[in-house]
Design a protein around this ligand. Sequence first.
Ligand SMILES: *Cc1c(COP(=O)(O)O)cnc(C)c1O
Length: 359
Amino acid sequence: MLSQEKLLELDRKRVWHPYAPMPPANPPLVVAEASGVRLRLADGTELIDGMSSWWAALHGYAHPALDAAAKEQLGRMSHVMFGGLTHEPAVTLADRLAALAPDGLEHVFLCDSGSVSVEVAVKMCLQYWQSRGLPGKNRLLTWRGGYHGDTFMAMSVCDPEGGMHRMWDGVLPRQVFAGLPPAGFAAGVDEAYADELRELIRRHKDELAAVIVEPVVQGAGGMRFHDPGYLRVLREACDAHGVLLVFDEIATGFGRTGALFAAGHAGVSPDVMCVGKALTGGYLSLAAALASGEVAAGIAAGELPVLAHGPTFMGNPLACAVANASLDVLLGDRATTSYPDGWRAAVTRIEAGLRAGLA
Ligand SMILES: *Cc1c(COP(=O)(O)O)cnc(C)c1O
């Protein structure tokens, strides 16, 4: 075992941390164990992780059902490639995701992180139009204040102020930005802003492959909530002008906003949806891009009918098994769930506690 001083010394010397200089400006906290909502630090201090590891640890740390699923799968196989092979954990997970997702999202591309699922979603949309003979439809529209990941195409649709666009000027593809969505979950739809969205989509329709947004909550943009009505505005404008709609539910999926997926607040389905983070209950890196039958069929009808993407750890059985266990805990019957009154009741209870505590 490394002493705490030695560990921090090596960390400073060797290890790059997120959004940090090398060497880092401040020493990180050393975590020894995590259980429930608590992190136990190497010096014995206990902290409540109110951030649940960037909103991923859905049921808390060291959940017995998730631990058991990981151990059980480990005894069978931790990984095999997904090219030409398949396995029950991935097939079961894909089938469950398609059944739970908003209507029409029938096909599931499993990948290894949220950013990669955003890249895959964008690739699907661009390829869809290319296959249909419209390669000029290759730009994206989003609203300001968003976050979609740190790979280059994902960065191009992050907020242009906070997303380091200036640093990557000339490198990032230039996307179309609408203003910040007006704040407030129940604020109603501001018609002037809705018209701005409609007008931008209309004006750029010939070059737009898709609109991509975080539905209902802009997570990394400061937990900014907007009225779900704007999702209906986007759906209608996209349909009217032949533009695909992508919802990035990486932060909002799996009950986080009080609906299983945030799209459910608006009753609309996107053409492509990204999930990640809480997909495995925060245990392992796994994400997915779900696509409609129309998007898949469009790609399949093209000159190059394949989606040329295939991460090495695609469909990782260990991650899929834990994701299946996480869905059992979230949605299962009384024997398997941690939420005997249902997860919605748990969200309501937590919301009430937060409201009272913050007040
Ligand atoms: C975290 C996040 C991503 C990126 O996911 P990674 O797994 O960190 O690559 C993309 N979009 C949203 C909305 C996110 O919250």
